[in-house]
Design a binder for this molecule. Structure first.
Ligand code: ZN
Length: 654
């Protein structure tokens, strides 16, 4: 086990009814920047991201796509994970709320809250749209805002969390931990919300099927936040969090629209369970397009791949972190993005690096020169660079990324100015001129070395290129920032191969290319349909697209005979069966307990999918699937069977 101090940070657990846009990318880039920075400060860092895969919206999106929820979310999770990998910002832990370890953590948290007296059964009443299968936020008599149909007042049994009991403990916590909620504007907003009183919170539903079951309380499933927030803890050990040592989190990075859930509900759940609270929740703003929040319904969504394809990932990282003060809203525009790219990256850092390398090559042997006697202007630049190191580390610590980049770019501008006034290119061949040129070029290269180390958390790709251009060994990400200081660039080091850094690009052409890529129809999801961890109930599905016979042939179905059948404690829908399929006797779970008496099933012949990967249902292994019709609105299962007794056990269904 590493003896480094541990640091744990998280992006939001992104909801999977859609694909990532710039807003999600921003959260993840911020976390990746903090992660890289903390590693360079000597921490053992874990960054978690993941996908929130339960709930009504996923149920609906899956239905629309004509696939099972489990298949839908499996594909989504693959897409999300692939995007972060492609962008060079993979998480250390990728948690899916359909992971079995997550279900166990949620159930464990619920048990702790309940044992401590903070959970009670009650009833939830709201306006329900039968067509959309969901509660909608309207008054009785009003129509559904989604489909316009009449709503009904529905009351269902729920479990409630006693949030009202945590008003004082939360206010005490905020007072004792003034940095818990950042930035301050959000903190004030939350303080006044909590001071206004807290209402108990419904944390389970009986009207939704696609969720984590509440142990022993079927058909209750956990509802939204009790499920989703807990993913932060599931990712680093869940009930065994102490073993890994990453909980409590150092910071949750979230969008401002979900700050309340993270700073009120989440600490209250943890307090109720007697678990440690995260140290900080940082809410960033939104990226607006023409002053409107980006959203799929408005059709103004910008996604990262086109930008990265045309300008590179570092350009996107630079723009997002430079243009907007972290915590405030920002405006996204392609025009400003390309402007920043050309002026700050191509003409700024890129030009300084390639110019310096070219002058060192031309100076003679392509090695870092040895400085001679220093002039005051050399010392002034050295002093500025040394001061920038300290300032930038403080700015990183306070997540003031735009200021980090301002400081760095003022150092780059000062170095450009230094080169212009010292004009090493016009010095001659005399000994003193050669010495002077060597001093100027060494000083410039040393600024670049310092700048590369300090910008690496934000611009990892280009920092790596400049680092190897300067002939430095290893990766800039492994530099210990605590020990970074002026004057350590070793003379005589041969330069590395020069690489293209931020080639200039014509603005109109760049924008046209990015917009064209953005408007291309989304590629169909090509990800494999991963078998999900089965924690939710299986659901009957809308008709999918037609498949070829070869697809059907992949499913092997046989006639089986039920040998034994018994109920499963704590799972009132499931029966545990053993089924003879001709070649062997299998254990299979079937969700038919509410409609079939176990003893009456023995000897019955059924249709069995025999080549389904084994999975666990409520902790019981199921090796195959019994085919049943789903009848009526409640989905009553009716077993498919073979009344003709001559059918041989193990016969294949074709
Ligand atoms: Zn509706």
């Amino acid at each position: 086990m590493s003896d480094k101090p541990k640091y744990y940070l998280t992006t939001p657990i992104y909801y999977t009814n859609g694909l990532p846009h710039i807003g999600h990318t921003y959260s993840t880039i911020v976390c990746d920047t903090i992660r890289r920075y903390k590693r360079m400060r000597g921490y053992d860092v874990v960054m978690t991201t993941g996908t929130d895969e339960h709930g009504v919206n996923v149920e609906r999106a899956a239905k629309k796509a004509g696939v099972a929820e489990s298949e839908f979310v499996a594909k989504m999770a693959v897409e999300w994970k692939a995007l972060w990998d492609d962008l060079g910002i993979p998480s250390d832990e990728f948690i899916r709320t359909t992971d079995l370890k997550h279900a166990h953590t949620v159930q464990w948290l619920f048990r702790l809250c309940r044992e401590n007296g903070f959970v009670y059964p009650g009833h939830y009443t709201g306006q329900y749209c039968i067509y959309d299968n969901a509660y909608v936020d309207v008054k009785p008599g009003e129509n559904c805002p989604d489909c316009g149909r009449p709503t009904e007042t529905v009351t269902e049994a729920n479990y409630f969390f006693k949030l009202s009991a945590f008003q004082k403990p939360l206010l005490d916590w905020y007072a004792k931990h003034p940095d818990f909620i950042q930035p301050d504007s959000r903190r004030n907003e939350i303080l006044s919300f909590v001071e206004g009183g807290l209402r108990d919170l419904s944390i389970t539903r009986t009207s939704i099927r696609w969720g984590i079951p509440v142990p022993g309380e079927e058909p209750h499933v956990f509802y939204v936040w009790f499920d989703a927030l807990t993913a932060y803890l599931s990712a680093v050990g869940g009930p065994n969090y102490e073993k890994l040592g990453f909980w409590p989190a150092d910071v949750h990075i979230v969008g401002k629209d979900i700050i309340r859930f993270h700073t009120v509900y989440w600490p209250a759940f943890l307090m109720a369970a007697g678990l440690p609270l995260p140290k900080q929740v940082w809410a960033h703003g939104w990226f607006l397009m023409d002053a409107a929040k980006m959203s799929k319904s408005k059709g103004n969504v910008v996604t990262p791949r086109p930008i990265v394809g045309v300008l590179g990932m570092d350009a996107l990282r630079y723009y997002l972190l430079r243009e907007t003060v972290f915590g405030q809203d920002g405006n996204f525009s392609y025009d400003a993005l390309v402007q920043r790219y050309n002026s700050d990256l191509a003409n700024g850092l890129g030009n300084l690096a390639s110019r310096t390398a070219a002058m060192i090559e031309k100076n003679g042997d392509g090695k870092i020169p040895k400085p001679a006697a220093l002039q005051p202007q050399d010392t002034a630049l050295a002093t500025q660079a040394q001061a920038v190191i300290g300032e930038v580390l403080e700015l990183y610590d306070s997540l003031t990324f735009s200021r980090v980049l301002e400081e760095m770019w003022s150092l780059i501008a000062a170095t450009d100015k230094y080169l212009t006034s010292e004009h090493p290119w016009s010095l001659g061949d005399s000994d003193s001129d050669q010495q002077r040129r060597a001093t100027i070029l060494w000083t410039t290269a040393e600024v670049l070395r310092i700048a590369t180390a300090l910008t690496h958390p934000i611009l990892p790709e280009s920092a790596t290129k400049v680092w190897s251009l300067l002939g430095q060994s290893g990766q800039p990400g492994s530099i210990a920032l605590d020990r970074l200081k002026w004057g350590e660039l070793a003379p005589g080091t041969p330069l590395g191969k020069s690489q293209a850094l931020f080639p200039r690009i014509e603005k109109a052409e760049a924008i046209e290319r990015m917009e064209a890529m953005e408007n291309e129809p989304q590629k169909p999801v090509t990800a494999p349909a991963v078998a999900p961890a089965a924690v939710g109930a299986a659901a009957p599905q809308a008709a999918p697209e037609k498949i070829g016979i070869e697809d059907f042939a992949k499913v092997e179905m046989r006639v089986g005979q039920i040998k034994t059948a018994e109920r499963i404690v704590g799972a009132d829908k499931l029966l545990k069966l053993t089924v003879d399929i001709g070649t062997e006797v299998r254990q299979i779970c079937a969700g038919i307990a509410q409609y079939y008496e176990p003893e009456k099933l023995i000897g019955r012949k059924v249709a069995v999918v025999v080549n389904l990967a084994p999975r666990k249902l409520r902790g019981v292994e199921s090796n195959g699937m019994i085919i049943a019709a789903s009848v009526g609105p409640e989905g009553r299962p009716v077993l498919a069977g073979f009344p003709d007794d001559d059918v041989e056990i193990g016969a294949r269904l074709k």
